[in-house]
Design a protein. Structure first.
Length: 436
């Protein structure tokens, strides 16, 4: 970490261990060990068995696979080949790049008061084996460059952040990347200082391509995860095959985007990474499954069994979630179509109730739409709505899909790196919480 030109902190961790899962009917037992000697592994296995209520002893044959559990192995795809290994790099070599990032930011705007830059990276070696006789391994690099900038002007303070994160080796940290992050961290500052709180009410909202896909991830993606649906906690439970939004809309969760943060060659149950259509032409066609939910529904797992580390058991989690391109023109066309309302290109601090589907998101960056064009920059507003209803109220989708390259992390009792994206979309009848 570089804080105002000086290294303020740094760290290195080497984490190692093994997790063991035992399934007994609907019960799951999970235990882990930070050592892989045979005694420790057996203790973990016995603990996992006891948690699950497993009572059989001396089992030597493989249990019969549940329907839909077995997976094709040896696909051979590598969605994130690493050219230069972080483990062989000299940490000091990265300091000039961080200094350059700060210098570029300070040179672009005289209002810069503080710059905090952070470079983080890791390499994970994962080996997975199960009682179906499937053995898989995966080498997972990931790297992030992020910066937070504090601006001061005439007694007012504004904060802007920017980040990039990919599954890459040392080749990730280039001059081009540094310049790109600096440009994003200094863009739109005038509008931030000029922004005002608009009047609230129900209105049309145009969501800009890219980072506003976090609303799709939070308000809709979680509700498609199969564990919530299997337990009847999701508003989409029992709705496979039903029309949930207008025709032409496709919503995808994808593990195969090269180098993206949410991609995986195999999930944490050894299922090959794949592209899963949750919504196809407006129809709900699939949940996001781990092996347990797939067996329950009698379908093949979708490769969404993910975990934070060997200390956690896999559960259905998103990977790279996005909506595919539509055929309704450009973002400018959508703004004209809206006529009046709010344009939002970045959200923050979202809250979602999975059961009801209700959500609230704070608008980090946006503009008022008046007479079909962008006018006043806005701030201090929330977008409030319901996930299924917002899906149904999408009236136009542009052809400018962008999967955001930022440092997104999803929390669901445990953390997992993800990616999210969306083309520009026009949604009617959302509630905007603004000035009275």
């Amino acid at each position: 970490m570089l804080r105002d030109g000086e290294v303020s902190s740094g760290g290195y961790t080497n984490d190692y261990g093994c997790g063991i899962r035992v399934l007994e009917g609907e019960k799951t037992g999970y235990a882990y060990s930070e050592s892989t000697d045979m005694r420790s592994l057996l203790e973990a296995a016995r603990a996992a068995g006891a948690i699950s209520g497993h009572t059989r002893r001396g089992v030597t044959s493989h249990p019969r696979p549940d329907r839909g559990s077995r997976c094709p192995i040896g696909v051979g795809h590598d969605y994130y080949p690493m050219s230069r290994d972080w483990r062989l790099a000299n940490t000091a070599d990265f300091l000039p790049g961080l200094h350059k990032l700060e210098s570029l930011i300070r040179a672009k705007d005289s209002r810069v008061a503080k710059v905090i830059a952070l470079l983080g990276y890791s390499v994970s070696e994962i080996l997975m084996y199960n009682s179906l006789g499937e053995l898989t391994s995966d080498l997972r690099p990931i790297a992030s460059l992020s910066v937070q900038v504090v601006y001061q002007s005439k007694g007012s303070v504004q904060t802007k952040s920017a980040s990039r994160s990919f599954r890459m080796g040392v080749e990730f940290f280039t001059d081009e990347l540094i310049s790109e992050v600096a440009a994003e961290a200094t863009a739109g500052i005038d509008a931030m200082f000029e922004a005002r709180r608009p009047a609230g009410g129900r209105m049309s909202v145009v969501m800009g391509a890219g980072a506003s896909g976090i609303l799709l991830h939070e308000a809709m993606g979680h509700a498609f995860e199969a564990d919530f649906n299997r337990k009847g906690q999701s508003v989409f439970a029992g709705k496979i095959g039903q029309q949930v939004c207008r025709k032409g809309i496709n919503i995808v969760d994808d593990a195969t985007l090269p180098f993206f943060r949410g991609s995986c060659n195999y999930d944490d149950e050894g299922v090959p990474g794949q592209k899963t259509y949750m919504v196809t032409d407006g129809v709900l066609t699939s949940y996001l499954h781990d092996r347990i939910s797939a067996a329950y529904y009698g379908v093949a797992p979708t490769g969404n069994g993910r975990r934070e580390s060997f200390r956690y058991h896999p559960i259905p989690r998103m990977r790279s979630t996005y909506m595919e391109n539509g055929a309704d023109g450009t973002v400018e066309d959508l703004i004209k179509m809206a006529g009046s309302g709010i344009y939002v290109d970045e959200f923050a601090n979202g809250e979602v109730k999975i059961g009801e589907g209700d959500f609230t998101f704070y608008v980090k960056s946006g503009y008022l739409i008046e007479n079909g064009r962008l006018t006043m920059p806005v701030k201090d507003i929330n977008i409030i709505g319901n996930g299924p209803q917002a899906l149904a109220d999408i009236v136009a989708v542009a052809g400018d899909l962008k999967v955001d390259p930022g440092r997104w992390t999803c929390g669901k009792g445990q953390s997992a790196p993800v990616s999210c994206g969306i083309p520009s979309v026009l949604i009617e009848n959302l509630t905007v919480g603004g000035a009275q």
